[in-house]
Design a protein around this ligand. Structure first.
Ligand code: HEM
Length: 474
């Protein structure tokens, strides 16, 4: 009899669970897809997105359909979202329902075992390691090394016209290299730089795997890069000391069964972090110089803030220190305002891992979901007069979930403190010693991959007159 009741209970439980599942699914299917147009068969709205300014593409649809709308890009149905609440659901509170997604060619170029492409245990293990390497306590010792890179670079600019984006890329790359490998740049890292440049060209090109194409060359460079980094890994594994930088941290790591990360896991994540640290920071720096050039009163105020620090540093006859970089509130607000106004990462990609209900709409499994950071940063409800460059708006903290230059949730940027630190150090020397004028009158934006001023912002750099400097300091 007892067995009969047990079986009866088990069957009822199964039926009830099945009914709940069907009811939930039926409920979801009753939900509407978000409003919006899927465009032409297969090509969808891809041509529209790529033949106009992406911001116009987003804003016209947002005006017509609201904060959540559907579209069809590069063969994929997508939902674009520009409300802070919906972005929070996708990136934070229900992040497990939305996995990061990248085109297969990009995944192959960076390396499939890099942090960006993963969820769950492997992702959180890596995240802890990467985060630990870029915490303020871990990077405070790099100030003098970064300062050396800055001084070398800015002195080479004096009385020349620079392509700002290219120069900032060199800077961000050198900083990324010392953070990845620890210590200073040497012959080995020079070789890595060259291969990485080839890789980058192919990464940003059409994925055409034919002889002579940048993509094919990049594939070769990726293979060589892997071999180089694996040789470094082998050498460090054999020595007692695993060395500094992120590489040292990854090599020391053991999981709960005392297993190390494999060579490919380490190599893919080193390449991945260099990749994430490089173009992003360089594009932000390029915009900062443009905004400071166009807003002279802000430039003068930043210069005054930096001159005070320079004076103290000179008095004590020393280099810049971590504590100095903590006494730059206005320069920090300029960085925040640039991150908002330029929004170099205009959006990110996720994919629904199952049918999901989002604010009353259905997002079917497999659809891409794009939180539009730029639209949130340019919404007048959160940032009045959003087109105005106004660092003072950050004198009060922005409303929660409205300021997302470094993303939000489990995949948010672990390198934000390093990015801000290198920008502060460069601005310290540039504002106190130099002035810059835009060359030419190109005022547009180029996209490749991030939005930056046309032609990489050509700037003529001149030294500030010694008189001005000493008059201001005394
Ligand atoms: C101003 C410069 C930077 C900006 C604007 C930026 C922005 C971002 C954003 C928005 C994300 C989240 C992407 C998403 O949710 O899909 C991200 C992720 C990431 N960033 Fe940055 N980043 C910058 C600099 C750096 C630097 C300097 C490093 C390394 C030291 C770095 C390493 C990473 C990594 C490893 C991830 C992936 C994290 C994960 O998937 O868990 N970034 N970054």
């Amino acid at each position: 009899m007892q067995l009969f009741y047990a079986i009866l209970f088990f069957i009822s439980f199964l039926l009830l669970s099945l009914m709940c599942l069907l009811f939930k699914r039926g409920n979801l299917k009753d939900k509407r897809l978000p409003p919006g147009s899927m465009g032409w068969p297969y090509i969808g709205e891809t041509l529209k997105l790529y033949t106009q300014n992406p911001n116009t593409f987003f804003s016209t649809r947002q005006k017509g359909y609201g904060d959540i709308f559907k579209t069809h890009i590069l063969g994929c149905p997508c939902v674009m979202i520009s409300s802070p609440e919906a972005a929070k659901i996708v990136l934070v509170s229900q992040a497990n329902l939305f996995k990061p997604t990248y085109p297969p060619s990009k995944e192959m170029m960076i390396g499939p075992e890099a942090i960006f492409f993963h969820q769950g245990d492997y992702h959180s293990r890596l995240k802890k390691l990467v985060q630990a390497s870029f915490l303020p306590s871990a990077i405070r010792g790099s100030v003098s090394e970064i300062e050396k890179i800055v001084l070398r670079l800015v002195s080479s600019w004096e009385n020349t016209t620079i392509n700002t984006l290219n120069e900032m890329k060199k800077f961000a790359f050198d900083v990324a290299i010392i953070s990845a490998f620890g210590g200073r740049s040497d012959l080995e890292t020079e070789g890595i730089k060259h291969l990485y440049n080839c890789l980058e060209k192919g990464y940003n090109s059409m994925p055409l795997d034919l002889p002579g194409t940048p993509f094919r060359k990049a594939k070769k460079a990726r293979k060589l890069l892997n071999e180089r980094i694996k040789k470094m890994i082998k050498r460090r594994r054999e020595s007692q000391k695993k060395g500094g930088g992120l590489l040292g941290v990854l090599l020391e790591s053991k999981d709960h069964k005392f297993n190390n990360l494999s060579d490919s896991q380490v190599a893919d994540n080193i390449i991945g972090v260099i990749f994430a640290a490089h173009d992003t920071t360089a594009s932000v720096l390029t915009w900062i110089l443009k905004y400071l050039h166009d807003n002279k009163e802000v430039l003068e105020a930043v210069t005054r803030e930096q001159e005070k620090i320079r004076w103290a540093v000179k008095e004590e006859n020393r280099g810049l220190r971590w504590d100095d970089t903590r006494r730059m509130p206005l320069t920090n607000r300029v960085i925040q305002e640039t991150l908002r106004a330029a929004s170099v990462l205009s959006f990110t990609f996720r994919e629904a891992v199952q049918d999901v209900e989002l604010q009353g709409y259905l997002i079917p499994k497999g659809w891409k979901v794009l939180p539009l950071f730029r639209s949130i940063h340019h919404c007048a409800d959160f940032f009045p007069q959003p087109e105005k460059f106004d660092p003072s708006r950050f004198e009060v903290p922005p409303r929660p979930n409205t300021f997302l230059p470094f993303g939000n949730g489990v995949h948010s940027c672990p390198g934000s403190e390093l990015a801000k630190l290198e920008i502060l150090i460069l601005l310290h020397h540039l504002t106190t010693m130099y002035r810059w004028e835009v060359v030419g009158n190109e005022d547009g934006i180029q996209y490749g991959p991030f939005p930056v001023p046309k032609k990489g912002l050509p700037l003529k750099i001149t030294a500030r007159s010694k008189k001005t400097i000493s008059a201001k300091i005394n």
